[in-house]
Design a protein around this ligand. Structure first.
Ligand code: ADP
Length: 537
């Protein structure tokens, strides 16, 4: 027997309509380049977004056409997040930190027809414009700069359009967005998100045991909107009707703290490298900022060090540790304490919070070790493989051969994990970062996290260096806090009671800074390159 329930498509216009009708009075706040604040309400966002959709169709956009964005986090980018998909188009967010050649490859590979770009990012566009074929370029006058003669003002696009716009028919499996993942080998690979996947992901991450976002929240996603749907924060905030705050280019710790305070933000999100200086500043000057006591920090993209989670806890703030991937829309697990947490010791509790969390509903996981499926015993390591309704089943027209899916349809994350009996996933490494010493794996992430708990250590990355006898041995690259002095021996002593002897780094290098990827993660590849001849040095 078939159910007697409607076949109602899961598409983004439904979320926009819901927000426009029910949450019109809610605010969207954007910090401008000069740090002044742009404020408007959901009602205006709703009207402008529909105008954008209408304007794009009037400009000739056809269903499935890609519209690139090269923008900071702000109201106009949020308009594009909904306006492009609601026109039947595909929003392709371009990562403004990439090299011009990569941007050219990505925009060309995706076949972007139109581009929406911030005026202060035009110099980046100039770096690759002659290699791509944008038909029309709409400039957001974010900084108030004049629009170049061969481009158009984003506001004119909206002025020439109507909000009385009727949505085109959209199949829920149609693409609504695209994002390229950097990948360490081969060309960047494109993921095409579907309306259905984004809607289901939005519902799942807003649940109480995920981000738990409500219309009474105020969210500040520091995670860039050009990266993996900003972890679902923008669509989640619009669906919930939560006050939404954008930091624009101002993501240094002082600016972030100012904004957290002035808007009384209750949820913020970003990679650990954003929060390291924030938590340090909060510790140094605990009374300086009058933050919302309910403020929660969603931390992901790379492992949140346990020391950071403890520090936030001492300061009275909860950390939600989340794991995901561009290929997963992107959230897969969230670190919410299960009821069993209450009977744990503090040490066990923090060890659990430092894990990446339990899978969201509909995210099916399995761990595959050298000998097949690995048990959920919290010890056996294997590759994490996933399935689910917001997980990619292929890349968009890949140029290189792809080995990321198993024959039985699981996506291979390339992350090496353990899963404990309660279902908490712990990322021990990415396959390419694991250190294989004498045939046994050493988790670089575990050693890094321990190092970052040292009071004199600001940042640490542990990489493999070639070794004649053991094949690979760990090398710790450490950035000390200002004025701190440490010896190699004291670093090893600090780790000695935390790990087996053979896990301890053979060598320690004190360096000025750890290079970052375009999304703010530690770029271990660059360190491996720098120290590739280390053993023979
Ligand atoms: P990139 O490869 O450019 O970093 P993604 O943002 O898609 O692209 O990165 C996904 C990867 O980031 C995951 O496979 C995992 O290795 C890492 N990652 C994400 N969140 C976490 C986390 N909370 N802890 C540890 N690693 C994480």
């Amino acid at each position: 027997m078939r159910g007697t329930i409607m076949n109602y498509p899961l598409t983004l216009p439904t979320i926009l309509e819901h927000a426009g009708r029910l949450h019109g009075a809610q605010e969207i706040v954007s910090r401008m380049p000069d740090k002044s604040v742009h404020r408007y309400r959901f009602s205006e966002f709703y009207n402008r977004t529909k105008k954008l959709a209408d304007g794009l169709i009037k400009a000739g956009l056809k269903s499935g056409d890609r519209v690139g964005t090269l923008c900071w986090n702000h109201y106009a980018h949020l308009e594009a997040y909904f306006g492009v998909p609601c026109s039947g188009g595909v929003l392709h967010t371009l990562n403004l930190r990439l090299h011009a050649d990569e941007l050219a490859y990505i925009a060309k590979h995706a076949g972007d027809r139109f581009l929406i770009v911030d005026d202060d990012l035009l110099p980046i566009l100039e770096g690759f414009r002659d290699k791509v074929d944008f038909e029309r370029i709409f400039v957001v006058r974010y900084n108030g700069d004049p629009v170049p003669a061969d481009m158009e003002d984003y506001e004119d696009l909206l002025d020439g359009a109507t909000s009385e716009f009727t949505y085109p028919e959209i199949d829920e499996f149609d693409a609504c967005g695209m994002c390229y993942t950097s990948g360490t080998t081969g060309k960047p690979k494109g993921v095409a998100y579907s309306h259905r996947g984004v809607v289901l992901h939005t519902l799942a991450v807003s649940a109480p045991d995920a981000f738990g976002l409500s219309m009474r929240d105020c969210i500040l996603p520091i995670v860039p909107m050009f990266h993996a749907n900003a972890w679902g924060m923008p669509t989640t905030a619009v669906m919930a009707g939560a006050k939404t705050v954008f930091a624009g280019p101002h993501t240094d710790h002082e600016s972030v703290l100012e904004l957290l305070e002035s808007e009384q933000v209750s949820m913020t999100s970003g990679v650990p490298t954003v929060w390291l200086p924030v938590v340090d500043a909060m510790k140094r000057e605990a009374d300086r900022w009058n933050l919302n006591p309910a403020l929660k920090f969603v931390i992901g993209g790379s492992a949140a060090p346990e020391a950071m989670i403890r520090d936030f806890d001492t300061l009275g703030h909860q950390v939600i540790h989340a794991w995901g991937m561009t290929e997963m829309t992107p959230v897969g697990t969230t670190g919410i304490p299960k009821p069993s947490f209450d009977s744990m010791s503090r040490t066990e509790q923090f060890a659990t919070l430092a894990k990446q969390g339990i899978p969201l509903p509909f995210v099916d996981i399995r761990v595959v070790g050298d000998d097949g499926p690995a048990p959920w015993d919290g010890e056996t390591m294997g590759e994490l493989q996933v399935k689910g309704p917001w997980i990619a089943d292929s890349y968009y027209e890949p140029d290189d051969p792809i080995f990321s899916w198993t024959d039985d349809g699981w996506f291979r994350t390339g992350d090496v994990v353990t899963v404990d009996p309660e279902g908490y996933v712990k990322i021990t490494d990415r396959t390419k970062d694991l250190i294989k010493s004498g045939g046994e794996w050493i988790s670089s992430v575990d050693v890094e996290n321990a190092l970052m708990g040292h009071p004199d250590i600001k940042e640490a990355a542990v990489i493999a260096m070639p070794h004649e006898r053991w094949v690979e041995r760990p090398l710790a690259c450490i950035v000390l806090k200002e004025g701190a002095v440490l010896s190699v021996e004291s670093v090893r002593e600090f780790l000695a009671d935390k790990f087996a002897k053979w896990w301890l780094p053979d060598a320690v290098e004190f360096i000025e800074e750890i290079p970052r990827t375009s999304t703010g993660k530690f770029q271990k590849m660059a360190l491996r390159e720098r120290f590739k001849d280390y053993a023979s040095e």
